[in-house]
Design a protein around this ligand. Structure first.
Ligand code: PAF
Length: 277
């Protein structure tokens, strides 16, 4: 496996690599959830590229950007062990050589949920993913379903801007107790980790209520959301959404997405479950 830091280098390496090319964009701090993305990419392509780039444009708080774990050597080893052929790990100066004047926005899908609580976040995500797509020119790109709103944004961007790329959603990987794997979990102290599972429990309770026929989103929010009423948890949102429009849903008729974002101490966690029709 080769690690390339320059745009010219990754383009040269890709010119000599067999297609289809599967692409897994990441911000590093790789875990078993990323390993799953790489494995799925490996199953569906001849060349697997993993990008590792902590994108300053998508952080709404400078401290969060500074504190984001950077661990290139262990990340590259995980990527290689799971079947990646190329790692693209550029510096911020390589990607943003000067102040950018061009951005990609998907306003139709970002007015609520993480889009509302993290202004500019999805503009940063869409812009870097578009840039990486132009650099890597993959045939398929893999994204985790844990970031449901991000996935909806990428789907829309690919369709609206005619990227010849198939977006492949990959189911969320969870700890045995249900906590969704996330690079941010490593920041949780033991007591915080114990309480973090409440987010999944609340989502699962909502799913159970919908499965039993409840359709009133307000009642579902109230009953399932009660699991988050803990002094250690600050709820950003816990709501039902239309999975296509990413608008809040008042009627829980499937397909409906149950989405939550909470803060425990310094750590922000998000998760969701989809109730299928
Ligand atoms: O999901 C992530 O890790 C990031 O948002 C992404 C897609 C790599 C863009 O920086």
């Amino acid at each position: 496996m080769t690690v390339e830091q320059s745009i010219a280098g990754i383009r040269r390496a890709l010119a000599e690599s067999p297609r289809p090319v599967g692409f897994v964009p990441t911000m590093g701090a790789l875990h078993a959830g990323h390993a799953r993305l790489i494995e799925v990419a490996r199953d569906q392509s001849q060349t697997v590229v993993v990008s590792i780039f902590v994108n300053p444009l998508q952080f709404d708080q400078a401290a969060d950007y500074e504190q984001y774990q950077r661990s290139l050597d262990t990340d590259a080893a995980l990527a290689e062990n799971n079947g990646a052929h190329l790692v693209f790990a550029p510096t911020a100066a390589e990607i943003y050589p000067g102040p950018a004047k061009t951005f990609v926005e998907v306003p139709g899908l970002t007015g609520h949920f993480c889009g509302a609580s993290r202004p500019g976040h999805f503009r940063g995500v869409a812009t870097i993913v578009a840039k990486l797509f132009h650099i890597v020119q993959p045939d398929l790109a893999l994204f985790g379903e844990k970031d449901a709103q991000q996935l909806a944004v990428i789907h829309a961007m690919v369709r609206d801007l005619n990227f010849p790329i198939t977006v492949v959603p990959v189911p969320t990987v969870r700890e045995p107790d249900g906590l969704a794997l996330s690079s941010r979990n490593s920041r949780l102290r033991p007591a915080e980790r114990r309480i973090a599972v409440r987010l999944y429990q609340a989502l699962a309770r909502a799913q159970q209520l919908i499965g039993a026929g409840e359709r009133d989103a307000r009642k579902i929010r109230q009953e399932a959301g009660a699991l988050l009423l803990q002094p250690a948890i600050a709820v950003d949102y816990f709501d039902l959404a239309n999975p296509k429009t990413m608008l809040p849903a008042s009627d829980a008729t499937p397909p409906v997405l149950i989405m939550g974002a909470i803060r425990i101490g310094q750590t922000r966690l998000i998760d969701n479950v989809l109730c299928q029709a």
